[in-house]
Each structure stands twice: as structure tokens, then as C-alpha cells.
Design a protein around this ligand. Structure first.
Ligand code: AMP
Length: 370
């Protein structure tokens, strides 16, 4: 790129990917689709890497590679053809991240992937920062589980260490003598036992950290799940200014500790005694941050693209109140009615509406009280 010199005083411009550059995204779902739209708005291109055919992001990306996550040759070719690599989901094999790193910068850092892929590593990391989490014990076998139950007690939740999402790979244990049945239910996979938190509410903070270390956090949203899947996110969450500040400080601490670059979703429980406990972190844009598209000047997708491209972060302050509702499975068949409802409608271009599948979402905004 030829620099005119006009903007040469702008701090950090040398590290920024200029318009026209290409961002590689591992994963081609709705998050990759909304990231691609955001990138296009900034004059950047995206290249999607996805094992499945016809990914939702493929409709709006400049290029798509269809290959497996363990295909090191395809990964190397993909990374060599883009300026920076990011991802839209966290279960990318560690080897894939290592292969990519040999050819292009990977943002967020692969360490964030490693930590969030394993619930035990995640809990240990967060606790190590002095941030509260639910009581937990690793359970590698049934004997461990029984010992963990003796310490933590019931009710508790047994979760597989890896590959759990939307409440999958989880069993609620209401009574300590149900250990054998719970162990069978998760098919003996390495697990973690967590004490059940009788939370007042679930909230999440969407935080972003730029290449130069600046942090921008969105206002916490309040999340309601249905059948283990996010149903609504409402902003503002019904929390005091002090709790809001705590939530944002927790997010900042996690982002800084990982020397993170990009957007992260941090899910928290607001406990009955008013304290906050981190449930989990997602090193990517997050479903509970979709409301930012309509209610903020710079949304989570723009912010992630800015961060990984080394651009300055934007203004993430909220100008409206918002309620985001996911459209799951057949709910998206209501698209015609929803399009006329005054809400902002988003459909992800998925051909088949399987039960439990995220097909789209709607966001309703209203004026933020003065
Ligand atoms: P997760 O996959 O860990 O996000 O869990 C999915 C949902 O299960 C959470 O959003 C909570 O509603 C519930 N849940 C998970 N862990 C706990 C816990 N330790 N105590 C109470 N509810 C939980």
C-alpha cells in the first residue's frame, strides 16, 4: 500500500490491515456470516474455512474453503492466502491453530481457545485471576465423581470437559445417589462436577480488546435460556451500577490476562448474595451480543473485525434499550409476520430448520430512558 502520509500521525496505523485486506475465518455459521458482513462494511474481505457444505457465511464471504479441521495442507494454503486468521467457534483443534500460526497471525490467541475448550482449564484459569466461579471438581472416572459429590453435594451439574454447548453434555444431579446414572448419561467422558448456583439472573458481558491493548465492553445483557438454548437477551440487565461495574471489570481482567485480541463473550451468574460468578468464556463473538447491531454505534461484529485487523476499536456505548430473541427451528417460519412487526429481523440462510437449530433472531429496540 502507498501511504499518502496524510494520516501518518495516527497511532498504530502501521500495524493495521488496510482496506482490501483479507481475514480468514474458521467456521462458516451465522457468526461467520455476520462477521463477513461487518468486514465488508469496512472494505475488508473474508475467506471462510468450513468442513460442512453450503455454510451460511459462504453467501456473503469473498471465498470459501471446504476442508476438514485436521487437513493441515488445506489449513496452510488457507492461512497463506489471508492476512490474519480468526474463528467463529472455539472447538477448533489445537493442531489447526498451530498450523495456521506458521502462516498468518491468529487472533484471538490460540491460548484462549485452549482454555475455553476445556472446562477444567477454564475454571482453573479464572479462579487463578481471583474471580469467583461455582464450586467445582474434575471427574475423570466414577470414583472421582462420587468423591466430588461428597465434597460439593447436590444439587450439582455434571458437564463433559470438552465439546459442550447449548446445554449439551450436561446432567443435573438432584440427589447424590444418582452418581452412577449421571456418569452413564455422559457416557463416561472426562467431566467436571459443578455446584448448582441458584442464581438470581444470568448476565453476559461482550468485551473487546484491540491490538494495542485498549478494552471496550458493552453494557451487560440479561439472558434467559429455554431448553438449554439462549432464548432472549435484554439490555439493560436488572443490576445495580455497582454490579455492572464489577461485571465489566471482570471482563477486562480476563481479556488482559490473555493478552487477548478480538471480542469475547463472558457469561456470569448473579448469585443470590449479589456476587458475580463466571460460568464460561467464549473466545468469539457471542449470541448474547447480537443486540449490539441495532443498539450500538459499533456492534460486536464490527468491533471484532476492527480488533483482529489491528484497527482502533469503535464506540460501543448503547444508545437504545434492546431485547434480542432467537428464532429456533420452526420459529423462523414466522418470517413474514416478523418482517412486518417493527422488529429488526435477521435470518441466517439455513436451508433446513431442525429442532434446536438457530435459524435467525429478532431485535426490538426502544428509547433508552434519560
Ligand atoms: P453452560 O453450557 O455451562 O453455559 O450451561 C448452560 C446453562 O445451564 C447455563 O446458561 C445455566 O442456565 C445452566 N447452568 C450451567 N451451569 C450451572 C451451574 N453451575 N449452576 C446453575 N446453572 C447452571
Amino acid at each position: 500500500m502507498i501511504d499518502s502520509g496524510i494520516d501518518s500521525g495516527i497511532e498504530g496505523r502501521g500495524a493495521a490491515l488496510a482496506p482490501g485486506g483479507a481475514i480468514g475465518i474458521l467456521g462458516g455459521g451465522q457468526l461467520g456470516r455476520m462477521l463477513s458482513i461487518a468486514a465488508a462494511r469496512l472494505g475488508l474481505k473474508t475467506h471462510i474455512y468450513e468442513p460442512g457444505a453450503n455454510p451460511p457465511a459462504g453467501d456473503v464471504a469473498a471465498a470459501v474453503t471446504t476442508a476438514a479441521y485436521d487437513d493441515t495442507e488445506a489449513l496452510a494454503r488457507f492461512a497463506a492466502g489471508v492476512d490474519v486468521v480468526t474463528f467463529e467457534f472455539e472447538n477448533v483443534p489445537a493442531l489447526a491453530a498451530a498450523t495456521l500460526l506458521a502462516h498468518a497471525p491468529v487472533r484471538p490467541p490460540p491460548r484462549a481457545l485452549e482454555i475455553s475448550q476445556d472446562r477444567v482449564a477454564e475454571k482453573a484459569f479464572i479462579e487463578g485471576l481471583g474471580i469467583a466461579v461455582a464450586p467445582w471438581r474434575a471427574a475423570g472416572d466414577l470414583k472421582d465423581l462420587k468423591a466430588a459429590l461428597a465434597e460439593i453435594g447436590a444439587p450439582s451439574i455434571l458437564k463433559t470437559r470438552r465439546l459442550g454447548y447449548d446445554g449439551k453434555g450436561q446432567v443435573r444431579i438432584g440427589d447424590a445417589c444418582r452418581a452412577d446414572a449421571a456418569w452413564d448419561e455422559i457416557a463416561g467422558a472426562p467431566a467436571i462436577l459443578e455446584g448448582f448456583v441458584p442464581f438470581q439472573r444470568e448476565i453476559s458481558v461482550i468485551g473487546a480488546r484491540g491490538l494495542s491493548g485498549e478494552v471496550v465492553c458493552y453494557d451487560p445483557g440479561e439472558n434467559v435460556h429455554r431448553d438449554g438454548i439462549l432464548h432472549t437477551t435484554t439490555v439493560p440487565a436488572k443490576i445495580t451500577p455497582a454490579v455492572r461495574m464489577d461485571a465489566v471489570l471482570i471482563a477486562g481482567k480476563i481479556l488482559n490476562a490473555l493478552d487477548y485480541v478480538g471480542v469475547m463473550g463472558i457469561e456470569l451468574f448473579h448469585a443470590p448474595d449479589g456476587t458475580l460468578l463466571v460460568n464460561e468464556i467464549a473466545p468469539r463473538v457471542h449470541n448474547s451480543g447480537h443486540w449490539t447491531i441495532e443498539a450500538c454505534l459499533v456492534d460486536q461484529f464490527q468491533q471484532h473485525i476492527r480488533a483482529v485487523a489491528g484497527w482502533p476499536l469503535g464506540d460501543g456505548s448503547r444508545h437504545s434499550d434492546a431485547v434480542m430473541t432467537n428464532l429456533i427451528g420452526a420459529e423462523a417460519e414466522e418470517w413474514h409476520r416478523l418482517a412486518a412487526s417493527g422488529a429488526a429481523l435477521h435470518l441466517y440462510g439455513k436451508a433446513e430448520a431442525r429442532p434446536g437449530r438457530k435459524m435467525g433472531h429478532v431485535t426490538r429496540i426502544s428509547p433508552k430512558p434519560a
